[in-house]
Ligand binder design. Structure first.
Ligand code: IMP
Length: 428
């Protein structure tokens, strides 16, 4: 397959980092097309653990080339720090990492406005953002007030920035927040540009040339469909399109060049930040999932909310993203549970529904309808290298997920390492 789009099919943190890392073996290019350093993709290479926020994880593979596409919002100072960390650990970026000149830039005032916006929201309306300035940067993009990487290299940049800082300071002052010093922002950005400038280019012809050369591309999705600005639990979402369509708008590779969509699903469900989550568990089983799955945010360290697998959410991902196959992750975390619950539909105000409502207040009233499936408490999925090696109950659990979502599970992850992955040759 020349192009593969990988998306998160829940609320982010599905274990995309590891699946991307494994799929990278077979591709030439890895492209990020949306989000920013709100993402945290964890990859284990040998005994080493990497958490990448902006740089595509393909950078950890020799010879692979990586693009940060136009749909990504870039905090230049954070990106330089990340690049330095990668280089120090032995992975060169020159000639391998390319940054779109159309990507919008996150400035300190965006981060401050993010924090302010959260603090000023009424109780119950806070989103629980990562406070990386993502929402305010995409707001400026939509309001046509943003600055892009191309602007940073322009001689007019100091004036463009000063005008923006003056405007944002008026807003910050009005809410009683500390203001930003334009000259300090200029200095830190210019310093970051020493590292970034040689990597900035028009990545659109570059990717099209790659396709024309017969090279393959993996689009590395960030966040997940339920955090998508259009299809997620609005307003408790991020500010970009985490759906498969975002891979096209965020890279300049059009939809008719996308060959396959892989949806990454955790074998249960988690969410960080606020917002409705129908299958959330508030009991000892939720605690157990958090403990066994080490469910703490890769970017903010916050404990993740945990719950059972939700087929309504997975079907929503299939519809909105055109998922061809699943990568089912963290199956090993379910080792030890006596009974597993699968949410097959919701009950809303006494009615059974099998779709995800748009109205957030309705979502809050949705009560999951569960099927109970036997677990494999005496058995383990760890160490399995073939589907047939999995406990019979685990295979039944997977088959039921396939049935409920009408989509095959092609890849299974039973541990954090590259080697702990099962590829199913003949997915049903
Ligand atoms: P923002 O993207 O920082 O504006 O945060 C908006 C919502 O998306 C919050 O609930 C965050 O916790 C969530 N979020 C953003 N990025 C990620 C991610 O990469 N994984 C999981 N949740 C995320």
């Amino acid at each position: 397959m020349a192009t593969t789009v990988l998306i998160g099919a829940q609320w982010g943190d599905e274990g995309k980092g590891k699946i991307i890392d494994v799929l990278t073996e077979g591709v030439d290019w890895v492209v990020r097309a949306q989000g920013g350093n709100n993402a945290g993709h964890t990859v284990e290479v040998g005994e080493e653990r990497f958490v990448l926020h902006l740089v595509p994880s393909g950078i950890l593979h020799e010879g692979k080339r990586c693009v940060i596409g136009n749909g990504v919002v870039i905090d230049p100072v954070a990106l330089v720090e990340e690049i330095q960390g990668i280089v120090e650990r032995g992975f060169p970026v020159r000639g391998r990492l390319f940054i779109s000149d159309r990507a919008h830039v996150v400035f300190p005032y965006h981060r401050m406005l993010d924090a302010q916006g959260e603090a000023r929201r009424a109780k119950g309306e806070q989103i629980g953002t990562t406070q990386r300035g993502i929402g305010p940067t995409y707001s400026d993009k939509a309001a046509r007030f943003g600055l892009r990487m191309a602007d940073l290299r322009d001689p007019a940049f100091p004036e463009l920035l000063r005008a923006r800082v003056a405007e944002k300071n008026r807003v910050l002052e009005a809410v009683g927040a500390p203001v930003v010093d334009a000259e300090e922002v200029l200095a830190s950005t210019k310093k970051a540009l020493e590292t970034l400038c040689p990597l900035v280019c028009d990545t659109i012809p570059m990717l099209h040339q790659a396709l024309a050369n017969g090279e393959s591309i993996l689009f590395e999705g960030a966040q997940g469909i339920m955090l998508d600005i259009d299809f997620g639990t609005y307003p408790f979402v991020t500010s970009s399109n985490a759906c498969s369509g975002g891979a096209a708008t965020g890279s300049g590779v059009p939809p008719n060049r996308m060959d396959r969509v892989v949806g990454v699903l955790k074998a249960y469900t988690t969410r960080v930040g606020e917002g409705p989550f129908p299958t959330e568990l508030f009991d000892a089983q939720g605690e157990e999932l958090r403990r066994a799955g080490r469910e703490f945010g890769a970017t903010t360290g916050r404990p993740r909310r945990c719950g059972w697998f939700d087929a309504v959410v997975a079907r929503h991902a299939v519809m909105t993203c055109g998922v061809d196959e699943w990568a089912l992750t963290k199956l090993d975390v379910l080792d030890g549970f006596d009974t597993l619950r699968l949410c097959v539909a919701y009950e809303l105000d006494g009615r059974r529904i099998d779709y995800f409502p748009a109205n957030i207040r309705e979502v809050e009233r949705c009560v999951p309808i569960y099927e109970d499936w036997p677990g494999w408490p005496a058995d383990s999925t760890r160490g399995a290298t073939r589907f047939e090696d999995l406990p019979a109950a685990a295979r039944r659990y997977i088959a039921r997920i396939e049935e409920l979502t009408a989509t095959p599970v092609g890849i299974l992850s039973v541990g954090p390492r590259r080697s702990e992955t099962i590829f199913r040759e003949a997915a049903p």
